[in-house]
Design a protein around this ligand. Sequence first.
Ligand code: 8YV
Length: 322
Amino acid sequence: MRPKILVSRKISDLAEEKIQKEFEVTLNPKDEPIPESDLIKIVNDYDGMISTGFDKITENFFNNLNGKLKIIAQVGVGYDNISIKSAKEKKIKVTNTPNVLNEAVAETTILLILAASRRIGEAYSLVKTDNWKNQKPDLTKFMIGNSVTGKTLGIIGMGRIGRMAAKSAKAFGMKIVYHNRNKLSDYQEDGAKYFSDIKSMLPECDFVSIHTPATSETKHILNASTINLLPKHAVVINTSRGSTINDDDLIDALENKKIYAAGLDVFNNEPNLDKRYLKLDNCFVLPHIGSATHETRLAMSMMAVDNIYCFFNKKPLISEVV
Ligand code: 8YV
C-alpha cells in the first residue's frame, strides 16, 4: 500500500502532479486553511503531511495523534507555526524549505527599502486615485524621500536570507553592518561589520532589516528601547516574522516621527494586522509576499515533495528540522 499524504493547502501544480505519482494523496482544492480542530480530526488517516505556515500545528495537534503520522514537510523556511518540541517528543520528522527562497525574500527586502524611503505608497496612491493633477509639484517638497545609495544597512540575523539581502543592497553602494548570535567567517561577512550587541549597532543604521527566525530570543527585538537608538531618519524593514516587532512601540515611533519610515511584509496576528499601520503614510505594507514568485513557490513546493519522497524511500532528507 502506498503511504497516504495530506497536502494542507494548494501547492504548485507540478509538485502536486509529482507527489500523486508516488503516493495516495489528498489535496486541498479549496485552498482555504483547514481549521486546527478539523486538521486534528483528519490527520490521523495519513502517514505524512505537507504543511504551510498557515497551519497551526500545536502541542494539542501532536497530543491527538494516533501514531500513524510520521513526517510533516513544511512549505516554508520558517516553522514557528509548528511545535518542534512536541514533534521531537512524538518522534515526528519535520522538514522545511531553506535556500530556495533567499533571492525572492532579498528582492522583497530591497523593494521595501526603496518603497519606504522613496514614499512609493503615497506616490502610487496619488496617481491611482487620479489626484496627481491636483498637486503643485514643488521641486523641493513634492514626494521627496531619502536616497538609498551609499547609506548603511543594519541586518539583524545574518543567516542565508540576511546575507543575500546584504549582497543585493551592495548594488546600491550600501554599507553593511550586522548583528547575529555569532560573528561570521570573513568569507561570509564579505566586508560587513559585526556588532555582538544590537544596541551599539542601531545608532549607525540608516536602514535596519530583520532576518531572524521567530523565537523567544527574537520576540520584540525591536521595541521602544531599541527603536529609540535609531537615528531620526532611519527606516525599519521586516520580511521575517511579525513577532520580532513590538507593534505599539513601532507605531508610536512612526506616528511621532521618531524614525522616518517602515516597510513591512509581515505582521503580528496576520492577516489581521494592527489597523493603525494602515493609517500611516510613512509605513509601506505588503501581505506577506516575501517568497511569492512562480519560480520560488515551485522550488519550495518541490522541496517539500522531495522531502516526503526521501523519507518514505529511506533516503537522507534534504532539509531536516528535527
Ligand atoms: C511562506 C515564509 O509564504 O518560508 C517562510 O517561512 O514565511 C513564506 O515564504 C509561508 O510560510 C507559507 O508557508
